[in-house]
Design a protein around this ligand. Sequence first.
Ligand code: MRU
Length: 351
Amino acid sequence: MQKIIAWQKGTIILLDQRELPLRTEYLVCKKVEDLAAAIERLAVRGAPLIGIAGAYGLVLGIWRSEAKNIPGDFRKSYLRIKRTRPTAVNLFWALDRMERLFNFLIAAGSSAAAIRGKMLQAALDIHHDDAATCGLIGRYGAGLIKKNSTIITHCNTGALATGGIGTALGVIATAHRAGKVRSVYVDETRPLLQGARLTAWELTRQKIPATLICDNMAASLMAAGKVDCAIVGADRICANGDFANKIGTYSLAVNARHHGVPFYVAAPLSTFDRSLKDGSLIPIEQRSPDEVRRFGSCRTSPEKAAVYNPSFDVTPGRLVTAMITEKGVIRRPFAGSIKTVFDRLQTGENC
Ligand code: MRU
């Protein structure tokens, strides 16, 4: 797999995901504004990867600052990156982690060079830790997959969305290596086609048998008994297990419940937001109407057609069979089991 994101000589290099699968092009972000625009335009996307990009962005924001301007430049970068996309909590998790370190370094009277070095190391750690996290999610998740399974997934949750092999897609890849996956149905994921453009691309490159479907075909496949389980990622998981993920996830979960198909969510603990008691409190990003009026660059509706275009929806935790994290598999009732996982974090135990 190509590099998806990297810090390189005072810049952030990003694989421009808008161009896939037709072209492999890289964006070079020299300023915080370049990075913020790349996040807003989905050149870089996927909850964990947005967090990693945000962390590198904060380093970029102070990389060329004069010592006396560092606090002000940090603040400006922090506020700019924070308002790029509202739903994936991994962004805020990473920004807050970086901010805590920054405040500590300022309070300790660190030199500008030390602040730059330590902030860069913290961003690299967030990136590398996510790779390790994906590996663990893959292993725990693969344990849930039965031999010869046909799996359905939605949106893109692979290497293009994380610092490693992915969350839901990492589970699929790990289970495939263990000989458990017969094939994968990939929802195309309207309107921006992350499934068709990105997930089908990743699976093809990994030689995992995959069949692309339109989002509205999942129910008929389940009714025909052709799906053994569904696995998706998440952008924010609340204290009670309700979670936000790409628009269309909720209907997939409803379909899965109706047909008795197990429905799994794979996500790192950085995707949990225990400050929100339920999914009604998750901020949902609304995107441009043109994303729906068009199919790629081709307009497919009247120019001024009214449009509803939330980027995410909320799936109630009661529709989820189990959640797969780097600390193990969490089961219902989620309010209690999520609390237990975070309590045990203090003692270093797994679930
Ligand atoms: O709008 P996107 O492409 O950033 O949405 C991505 C998703 O919804 C993913 O499923 C989610 O971020 C999990 S990625 C491991």
